[in-house]
Design a protein around this ligand. Structure first.
Ligand SMILES: Nc1ncnc2c1ncn2[C@@H]1O[C@H](COP(=O)(O)OP(=O)(O)OP(=O)(O)O)[C@@H](O)[C@H]1O
Ligand SMILES: [Mg+2]
Length: 272
């Protein structure tokens, strides 16, 4: 395996509240969030739209300050933008005027890492996600799934100890989405701590060690569910009985709080 180091970090979120000041009123996005992500853990966060999942990732990355409470990475308080992090957003946000290789190399350039070594790593990452030979192409020449694979390589180019993913595969079709999960597991190699936000319970269970279930806004943690499936994992994890048991447990948690309806989707969609 290539790459310079094996290093992950822990993340501690302690009684965090976040309120936004809208034009007319204050919107409480998160209320009393306390959680610890172990070093090297793959944590998924699931919850309804608007419950503060993206806000939580922004707070952890130091891109927004909490209204109350504190966040620490490896015991050090997050006081401003945290740079030892890879972030993958819901939309791939590639720079259209840069080549595929140029896009992947961007974080390495910003962090002033050795360019020849970064270039070699970028080509290796692109190869691992099936994009060898595409390095000199431009984003507009790629499909949505290919673009998101480039965004994944870019997030990993500097071998970040922390990877934050905000519904990274939500815009993709079901088949490509499954494929992306497999690519992520292959590239991740248990070399980063991961916080992965998704609307899909199945995706969360297939990928994560633990799934944090959130309530509707103001977002609170309802429960953290251990997945307990062995690694390394592939897509065949979805054929495992334990996979279905954990998915069922999480669905029941949502149902018990009126957050999932089996037969009346028009009610479930209300409030979006
Ligand atoms: N900059 C902002 N100003 C005011 N309100 C905001 C701002 N950003 C988010 N909010 C509000 O805070 C709440 C949480 O938003 P957030 O984007 O974190 O939710 P989310 O769980 O990521 O939702 P989704 O699943 O739809 O992406 C929402 O009610 C949203 O309207
Ligand atoms: Mg969001």
């Amino acid at each position: 395996m290539s790459g310079p180091r094996q290093l992950t970090v822990s993340v501690a979120v302690e009684d965090v509240h976040k309120a936004y000041h809208g034009r007319a009123q204050q919107i409480v996005a998160l209320e009393s969030i306390t959680m610890t992500v172990r070093s090297g853990e793959f944590l998924a966060v699931v919850g309804p739209s608007g419950c503060g999942k993206s806000t939580l990732l922004m707070l952890i990355a130091g891109l927004l300050p909490p209204t109350r409470g504190a966040i620490a990475i490896d015991g050090r308080p997050v006081a401003g933008p945290y740079t030892d992090v890879g972030i993958v957003f819901q939309r791939d946000v590639l720079f259209e005027w840069r080549t595929i290789l140029g896009n992947v190399l961007l974080p390495a350039e910003i962090k002033r890492l050795s360019l020849p070594a970064s270039r070699e790593r970028a080509l290796h990452l692109l190869d691992e996600v099936g994009l060898a030979g595409f390095e000199d192409r431009y984003p507009y020449e790629l499909s949505g799934g290919m673009r998101q694979r480039v965004a994944l390589c870019r997030a990993l180019i500097h071998d970040p100890p922390l990877l934050l993913m905000d519904e990274p595969f939500a815009a993709l079709d079901a088949f490509t989405r499954e494929e992306m999960g497999a690519y992520l597991l292959r590239l991740w190699h248990e070399r980063s701590t991961v916080i992965f936000v998704t609307h899909s319970i199945e995706e969360a269970v297939a990928l994560a060690d633990r799934v944090v279930v959130m309530s509707p806004r103001p977002g609170r943690i309802v429960e953290a569910v251990d997945v307990g499936l062995p690694r390394p994992r592939g897509l065949d994890v979805k054929e495992d009985r334990r996979f279905h048991d954990v998915v069922h447990t999480i669905r029941e948690l949502f149902k018990a709080r009126g957050m999932l309806w089996e037969k009346t989707p028009e009610i479930a969609g209300r409030g979006r």
